[in-house]
Design a protein around this ligand. Structure first.
Ligand code: GDP
Ligand code: MG
Length: 357
């Protein structure tokens, strides 16, 4: 029998990091096969590539949300995943603005029960709750388990006590565990909680989560060909500085993500607020001649054109500063503002014909 785990929770709370730990544990400790299904709101994803680069079986569903606009895609992906891999576990990561109960309903069509782990960011929970109370409550209602993640970043246990009280109010039947996907703390507790059965009904969660979150986004993928190979550390510094300057020019960041991948490794960068520092996962070493850069910028105030323009200008400027000579060899492009889809495959690529020294 396939076990389906859905890891839902707000943008940047640690879903991908926990999935990585779970997938590794199932493979290395239990000898079980997992397939990961990742949903990304933009046309170009980040987490699917990241997980694949780290050796996980991962399917990516992009350009919308599997709890509302892309429910059919989830159904066909699940069907393919189950028949192709006969997995022991399917781990589903919806976008950070999805509501999990509708996803449970799609899983039910396969005669399977899903267990939902709501991932809450211990560091940012109170702030997010203050800004979007109803949204956060809807995300955490009807979950079997709440993983209060990033406990390594919380200074006092009293702070966690306050969170537990709040979460109990929202989700009285859920098992609450404290985890750190970074250090592994609480991971055994999380594993034990996977048998917690509450008996939730699978039902449609009416509504459009992307609209309710009020987010716009810009996403694109660049194949960067360097005229002369550069040290990976230089490319990393460039992209980190780019992200930092982007943060300073940004509007209301929901989640900015970038993935830089080459033959020598992979780097994932993330940013979840204007007053936060850029997070870095993965590693890239040696010399790089060619790399792929995936960009996904989700913002509450800047529209897709503004996000694109700011990003492209910065990419130009940082590359000049670093003296890196490269060319954008191929490009996918997607941007969306609420319901309206605007796609244009070549527009940015033409602007990105670099001729630097
Ligand atoms: N300190 C700390 N950082 C974490 C933890 N879990 C995830 N992160 C970091 O938070 C960022 C967002 O994590 P990610 O798994 O991509 O979140 P997602 O957007 O929910 O999938 C990444 O830089 C992670 O390394 C944790 O338990 N502790
Ligand atoms: Mg993720």
């Amino acid at each position: 029998m396939v076990r389906v785990l859905i890891l839902s929770g707000f943008l940047g709370s640690g879903k991908t990091s926990l999935i990585l730990r779970l997938g590794k544990h199932f493979a290395e400790r239990l000898g079980k096969r997992s397939v990961i299904v990742v949903n990304e709101i933009g046309e170009v994803g980040v987490d699917g590539d990241y997980l694949r680069k780290l050796g996980m079986n991962s399917y990516e569903i992009t350009d919308g949300c599997i709890c509302c606009t892309l429910r059919r895609d989830l159904e066909s992906t699940l069907s393919e995943v189950i028949s192709t891999f006969s997995p022991d576990y399917v781990l589903i990561e919806p976008t950070g603005i999805a509501f999990p109960s509708a996803i449970r309903k799609v899983v039910k069509k396969f005669g399977l029960d899903a267990l939902v782990i709501g991932v809450a960011d211990a560091k940012r929970f109170l702030k997010l709750y203050g800004e979007a109370r109803e949204f956060i409550e809807r995300q955490l209602r009807e979950v079997e388990v709440v993983a209060v993640n990033k406990v390594d970043e919380v200074k006092s246990r009293a702070e966690l006590g306050v969170l537990v009280e709040m979460i109990r109010q929202i989700s009285p039947n859920a098992k609450i565990v404290f985890t750190s996907a970074k250090t592994g703390e609480g991971f055994d507790e999380l594993l034990k909680s996977l048998d917690h059965n509450v008996g939730f009904e699978a039902r449609d969660d009416l509504g459009d989560s992307t609209r309710e979150a009020g987010a716009s986004w810009y996403s694109s993928s660049f194949l960067i060909k360097l005229k002369k190979p550069v040290a990976a550390v230089g490319l990393r510094n460039l992209i980190v500085e780019l992200m930092e300057e982007l943060r300073d020019l940004s509007g209301d960041i929901q989640h900015y993500k970038m993935l830089l991948s080459s033959q020598n490794g992979v780097l994932k960068l993330g940013l979840t607020g204007k007053d936060e520092s850029v997070s870095l996962d993965g590693s890239l070493a040696g010399w790089v001649a060619e790399a792929k850069l995936n960009v996904l910028l989700i913002d509450k105030t800047l529209n897709p054109e503004q996000l694109e323009k700011t990003f492209i200008n910065l990419l130009n400027r940082k590359s000049e500063e670093f003296g890196f000579e490269f060319e954008c060899a191929s490009h996918e492009h997607g941007e969306k503002e609420h319901e309206e889809v605007i796609t244009d495959g070549n527009r940015s690529c033409n602007r990105l014909r670099y001729e630097w020294l």
